[in-house]
Design a protein around this ligand. Structure first.
Ligand code: ADP
Ligand code: ADP
Length: 229
């Protein structure tokens, strides 16, 4: 993922605010990258730009040479939002299958994706016993684990996670963090992970991008480079 001198403004109450200024990042394939910084520094905006959900006003983003929109249409991205978008009255397994149902109708490239066993993915986040439960029966933490397992099984090489643990209590966060690390280590996916937690960023990442606010800029890029737990 290459982000070159990207700037972004939003118009609000008649005047323009600069959300991102001169963002420059090069993120190697297969790395786990955290984006951290104060509220409003543009973390979500940057994630959305990379994923082709928002435009830049200046600069350029490329994903393996493709524009974000091209990459999106080739199913390069899996999204894990703050609250998992599960259908409450479908089972966990049916929810795992959703990306494939949509893809078969939409994009033929998706058919080429080698399918991973959804039950194995669920086991790897500790949900082997809940395959046939309705999504609505699960706790918030369990639902978020389904969202993560689904993203890892979707065939997309790049996962964009926008504070996926923000609704969870501290203990649950910690447990899920380790499960996220486990599943990440057995897949070779690039992860862009937005978080408020410096602890989480350091625990999980190869690289921590620290942003400052008003306007959103990259204040520091820290290579963690420690052996993983
Ligand atoms: P973060 O994720 O770091 O909290 P955001 O990316 O959500 O920051 O927001 C960055 C800045 O851009 C903030 O000042 C926010 O108010 C503004 N912003 C984000 N999205 C919009 C929007 N759709 N319209 C107007 N302003 C926006
Ligand atoms: P999490 O840490 O994932 O948020 P909880 O702390 O809510 O999970 O639940 C702890 C454990 O209780 C779960 O791992 C699961 O084994 C069990 N549990 C929670 N909700 C349910 C449910 N609706 N049905 C059966 N077991 C559940």
């Amino acid at each position: 993922i290459k982000v070159s001198e990207v700037s972004k403004w939003f118009k609000r109450r008649g005047h323009m605010t600069e959300a991102l200024r001169d963002i420059h990042l090069e993120l190697a394939q297969g790395t786990f990258v955290s984006l951290i910084g104060p509220s409003g520094c543009g973390k979500s905006t940057l994630l959305r730009i990379v994923g082709g959900l928002a435009d830049v006003d200046r600069g350029e983003v490329t994903i393996g040479g493709l524009s974000p929109l091209e990459a999106q249409s080739r199913k390069q991205f899996g999204f894990v939002p703050q609250s998992p978008a599960l259908f409450p009255w479908r089972t966990v397994l049916e929810n795992m299958n959703l990306p494939f149902e949509v893809n078969v109708r939409g994009n033929s490239a998706a058919k080429l994706v080698e399918r991973e066993d959804p039950v194995e993915l669920l086991k790897s986040v500790g949900l082997g016993d809940f395959v046939n439960a309705y999504a609505k029966e699960l706790s918030g933490g369990m639902q978020q684990r389904v969202g993560i397992a689904r993203a890892f099984g979707s065939g997309a090489p790049i996962l964009l996670m926008d504070e996926p643990f923000s609704a969870l209590d501290e203990i649950t966060r910690e447990k899920i963090s380790y499960q996220l690390l486990d599943i990440w280590e057995s897949h070779q996916k690039t992860v862009l992970f937005v978080t408020h937690s410096l602890r989480e960023a350091v625990l999980l990442s190869d690289k921590v991008v620290v942003m400052s606010a008003r306007p959103g800029r990259v204040a520091a890029v820290i290579d963690i480079g420690l052996p993983r737990p």
